[in-house]
Each structure stands twice: as C-alpha cells, then as structure tokens.
Design a protein around this ligand. Structure first.
Ligand code: UDP
Length: 395
C-alpha cells in the first residue's frame, strides 16, 4: 500500500508516523515549502541564535494525556507559561482578563466574588444566548472592557465587524476571577526544547517515510498518480484542492516585521498585545522569552500584522463567516463524491487538518484528530473497507 500525504505539518507528520508504525506500506510526504513542520516551523535566527517561531508563536497546550504523551515521544518539552500583557491607551494590563486586570482597570481592590458580581453588573443582561463575538463580549464583560481589550484587536485580527464573527472565537479566552494570568487553562503546557521542527523531524524519521520538500502537489496530477499511490491524504486548503471552483474560502494571514534593535531585552515578555485600533500591528513577540532555558546576548523581535489572504499568502486563520460555510459545504460534497471516483482509476483522497477541514484548530486538537484518523485509516485498510474522507462531521 502506498500513501501520499500532502503537507508536512503536524497533521501530516502524525498521520505518516502512525501509518508507518502500523502498516506494511510506503509513505511519501510532500510539502511545497523548503522545510517541514508547516506553520509550527522553528529555526535558529542567524543573527542572534534565538530559536524563532517563523510563522508566529506556538505554545503547546492540551488537556489530552494521549496527545501530551504522544508528542513527548519525539522530543523533550520544557515548561512554558504564556503570560500575555496588553498595551492600551489606559495603561498596560494583564491578559487574559483576570482579577488583576479587573481591579487595575477599574481602580478597585475587589475579591473574586465581588469582582464576579461587578463584571456581571457591567455586562449586558439583555443578551440571552450570544449569537456573535460582540454579543458574547458585551454579555460577559460589558462595553468598557470589550472596547479596550477586544474590539480593536478583533477588527485588526479578523478584518471584519466583531458582530460577524462567531461567539466561539471569544470563548477561546477565559475570564478569571483570581490572579491566575496563565493564558491557557490546560493541564499540559510547554514548548519543545529544540523547537517544533526538530520534534517533527524525529516523527518523520522512519524507514517507511520519505519526505520531499519543495514539492508542490497539483490536484490535476491525480489521474497520473493512479498506480503510484493508493491513497492521498491532503492537508492543504480544501478550496485549493478543487481549484477554487466553488469560490475562495476566507482566511486571514499574518505577516511579521522585524524590529531592528541591539538591546538584550526589548519588551521583557514573550507576547505583548496591542488592542488599540490606532496601532497597526496586533502584537509583538520576542522569541528568546519562549525559551527561557536559553541565554542570548541579543534578541529577535517581530511585530505581527494581520491581513486578508492574497493569492500568494499562506492561509492562517479560517474566518468561517456564513458565505464561507456555504462554500465549504459544496467542497465537502465534492470530496465525498470523489471517493466514488476511486473505481475510475484514481487514488482515493482523504482530507485532514486545519486547512483541509477549514477549522480554527490548535496544534493539540489537530494531533488528536490525526491520531483518531490514523486509527480509522488503519482499520479500513486492514478490513478492506472504504477509507474515510474526513476526520470530522461538517460543522
Ligand atoms: N482577542 C482580543 N484581544 C486580545 C487577544 C485576543 O480581542 O488581546 C480576541 C481576538 O479576536 C482573537 C481571539 O480573541 O482572535 C482569540 O485569541 P487567541 O489568543 O486565542 O488567538 P490566537 O492565539 O489563535 O491568535
């Protein structure tokens, strides 16, 4: 059995590893970039020696023991706690919103219960079940906090009115009524000691796996791949797979601008957010602080900007607005139909991962899903059953 996995990010790498360990097979992993690890790619900065997360900060966090145990098979993780700060017109505050943020913002010294009551009084009680990001924020924390910390940032990040975004985007962030300023509330958190690329290199290091970099997959080639591969697993953007025939799915992309500096420590923290609309960037990251176990005399700092994805840009954040979901539905139907074409002498095709399923998936859930999907593929191959097309139900 011969597999082609398109994309060497976490989804592709985990799937390749699982198939290689379980089946008597050959696996090629193609990636159009010149490196593995997708948007998790890390590399040492030539000028400073700092390990840089080239496509933006990635902090591993999960409540899945299975996923946590799995990734640690391929590399050591060091503890890292993300303690984000926000620079606003009213001063610097702690994120996510916690008791320190609330007390400092309102000039008070409330305890947890008092603060909970206070924030409830600030919230808009007329909103029942919030139907979008803005309603969720106004209900939870009131206009003052929403406008200072979330409105501008969200307009910059997503390029649309927060009323158009689903409430689920805000639900990613907790509001805490204690002084816990850990950005994530998952029990397992950390960053690979040698970076994500080294970790994924170990994952892909298996005699049944061959990685081809700088190799672009053209769906039009699919017919020609019959006989070469039995099954293709595509982890790129699903709309690109179908040549955008039903339209383009909306994505935000991010770009980075290096700050020229000679200081040893530029901002004293890994991530500082800039929610003000008047500041064009969304955040500044200083990568040495993602590896506090290392020492460097110089520093590598980047401003992050968010823009609509142009034709040549890497897609990052799926927007999932209503028109996107309608387009997605059509592509999913086409993908299901494609399964039937296996008989017509083409390899079967499955879709896996954030871009291929068009969801806002963090690393750990993507890995969990790749592990599940690998089990289903392996069972399908062993049982001679039709192989699954998608890892998830349409959402
Ligand atoms: N957000 C915000 N202000 C902040 C941080 C986050 O308004 O200072 C909003 C923004 O809409 C963002 C969402 O909360 O897209 C989720 O934030 P998270 O930090 O999870 O985003 P990610 O790390 O995925 O970029």
């Amino acid at each position: 059995m011969k597999f082609l996995i398109v994309g060497a990010g976490f989804s592709g790498a985990v799937l390749a590893r699982q198939l290689a360990e379980a089946l008597d097979c050959r696996i090629e992993v193609w990636d159009e970039r010149e490196h593995i690890a997708g948007n998790c790619h890390t590399e040492r900065d030539a000028a400073t020696g700092v390990m840089v997360h080239r496509y933006g900060p990635h902090i591993f966090n999960t409540d899945s023991t299975e996923v946590w145990d799995y990734v640690r098979r391929f590399g050591e993780f060091r503890p890292f706690t993300n303690r984000v700060k926000a620079v606003t017109a009213r001063g610097v505050f702690s994120l996510p919103i916690n008791l320190l943020t609330i007390n400092q913002f309102f000039g008070k010294a409330m305890g947890p219960e008092e603060a909970r009551e206070f924030l409830r009084s600030q919230g808009d009680a007329s909103i029942g079940e919030p139907s979008n990001f803005e309603e969720q924020a106004l209900k939870m924390m009131g206009r003052d906090i929403y406008e200072t910390f979330f409105k501008g940032y969200t307009i910059k990040q997503w390029g649309c009115d927060p009323k158009e975004l689903p409430a689920s985007v805000l639900k990613r962030l907790p509001v805490r009524f204690n002084y816990d300023d850990n950005y994530y509330d998952k029990p397992h958190q950390g960053i690979p000691a040698e970076g994500y690329t080294a970790l994924m290199q170990n994952m892909l290091d298996h005699p049944r796996i061959e990685v081809r970099l700088g190799r672009r997959f053209e769906p039009a080639q699919l017919g020609g791949l019959a006989g070469v591969f039995d099954q293709v697993v595509f982890t790129g953007p699903i709309d690109a797979f179908f040549g955008h025939s039903e339209g383009r799915l909306g994505y935000r992309t991010v770009s980075f601008e290096r700050i020229d500096t000679d200081v040893e420590d530029f901002q004293g923290n890994a991530v500082i957010n800039y929610p003000e609309l008047s500041v064009p960037w969304t955040r500044i990251h200083e990568h040495k602080h993602f590896a506090p176990w290392e020492r460097h005399e110089r520093t590598a700092v980047f401003r992050e900007y968010s823009t609509e994805t142009g034709l040549e840009d890497a897609p990052y954040y799926p927007k999932r607005l209503a028109p996107d979901k309608a387009i997605l539905k059509r592509y999913r139907a086409m993908a299901e139909e494609h399964r039937c074409s296996v008989v017509a002498g083409r390899p079967g095709v499955s879709f896996l991962g954030r871009l291929a399923t068009y969801r806002y998936l963090d690393m750990a859930p993507a890995i969990g899903e790749a592990l599940d999907f690998a089990r289903r593929l392996i069972d399908g191959v062993r049982g001679g059953q039709p192989l699954p097309v998608f890892p998830n139900e349409e959402t």
